[in-house]
Ligand binder design. Structure first.
Ligand code: ZN
Length: 378
């Protein structure tokens, strides 16, 4: 089988470069996504690798460039399909969002939720004018998602960055299914194998209700996993707005480790030595903690990758004159994934990310995802 995407068709044993139409700007210029097919001489899986959907998360672009340079196509099994920048207008402006749609593009891939109730006010004869229309980005992703479906990748990885003070890690998404539980469990086993192959810390995404509420099933990896039903994950690689060499190297190793596991015959396992890796016996997930107990200036005590116990002092808040006004304590046992950028923090603001043991189901049926009715005692 030979695959095509955008304006290119694969040539076995070669790297072919081309474009996928993105958007025509109102001022006349055309924008496209760069797409590359690197096809090995030997049969094997199709691996889709994307980066830079958040315009200020750029290290993945360099990882893809370096990966393409080191590939030995005579030895490679299967093919690599790369889109180095899913958000070129954001990249140029060092901005998270695209120029033409100022919302998170990583929540706008097609919605796999089978329950798409329209909000309708039948008493208003003009109600159709309030109907939600797809945004520019949603229309674009709908079209490009079909390109993804067309090449039917066996695996997908989306490269992101997290914060200046964070460990590199891979997100494991929840699998949400409509009917076939057996197929969903198999998909989860494959995605679990995939994330465990990289040598990175694994962090489990939000439990299913929060996951859907935050539209994480419409992220790039969430949509390919739960929409296209292919093993897919997001790798988070440290600082925004920079291609930090340590995180670049850690990310490249993680991708190569995965390709090795996927029998693409690329290299042998290389441990991640550029940053801490936390290996836990049980799944750990992110929580919205710690938060600033007072408004002031944050000084961290525990660093990204440090294990903490409930009650440990992990940071201090001082006022601008240096008077200590609050201690930040760990609210649960776990480890520090990272601290958000900056030191000026307001009371109750989330200031970092703590990973704690997760006990919520990893494979969930769509029909089970509804919020418990709130008891209203008024
Ligand atoms: Zn991101």
């Amino acid at each position: 089988m030979t695959i095509s995407i955008g304006n290119i068709t694969e040539v076995k044993g070669e790297i072919v470069r081309g474009e996928i139409d993105l958007i025509n700007h109102p001022t006349g210029a055309k924008e496209s996504l760069s797409v590359i097919i690197a096809s090995g001489k030997n049969d094997g899986p199709t691996f889709l690798l994307t980066a830079n959907i958040h315009g200020d998360e750029i290290v993945g672009v360099i990882i893809i460039h370096r990966l393409l340079e080191i590939l030995d196509l005579d030895q490679l099994h299967g093919r690599l399909v790369c889109i180095p920048s899913l958000n070129p207008t954001g990249n140029r402006r060092a901005h998270r969002y695209p120029q033409f749609d100022l919302e998170d593009p990583n929540r706008k891939w097609p919605d796999s939720n089978p329950d798409k109730k329209k909000k309708e006010d039948k008493s208003d004869w003009l109600d159709k004018y309030y109907e939600e229309m797809p945004t520019t980005q949603e229309s674009i992703w709908k079209r490009i998602f079909e390109e993804f479906r067309n090449i039917s990748p066996n695996y997908h990885i989306d490269l992101h960055t997290f914060s200046n003070l964070s460990i590199p890690f891979v997100y494991l998404d929840r699998v949400i299914y409509e009917k076939n539980e057996d197929e969903a469990n198999k998909l989860f086993e494959r995605v679990k194998g995939m994330v465990n192959s990289m040598g990175l810390t694994v962090i489990v995404e939000n439990p299913s209700k929060r996951y859907v509420d935050k539209k994480l099933h419409r992220s790039t990896s969430g949509a390919t996993l739960n929409g296209l039903k292919i093993p897919s994950c997001t790798i988070e690689l440290g600082p925004m707005n920079s291609a930090d060499p340590a995180f670049r190297d850690a990310g490249l190793k993680a991708v190569l480790n995965f390709m090795d596991w996927a029998n693409m015959n690329i290299s042998t396992f290389q441990p991640i030595t550029e940053a801490p890796v936390i290996m836990t016996k049980r799944w750990h997930r992110e929580i919205n903690s710690p938060r600033a107990p007072e408004t002031g200036i944050l000084d961290i005590i525990k660093e990204a990758g440090d294990m903490v116990s409930k009650g440990d002092l992990i940071a201090i808040i001082r006022d601008i004159s240096g008077v200590r006004i609050a201690d930040v304590k760990a609210e649960e046992d776990g480890f520090i994934v990272g601290w958000w950028n900056g030191i000026a923090k307001y009371k109750d603001e989330i200031i970092g990310m703590l990973a704690v043991e997760d006990k919520m189901p990893m494979v969930v049926k769509w029909s089970e995802i509804s919020w418990d009715a709130k008891k209203d005692n008024n």
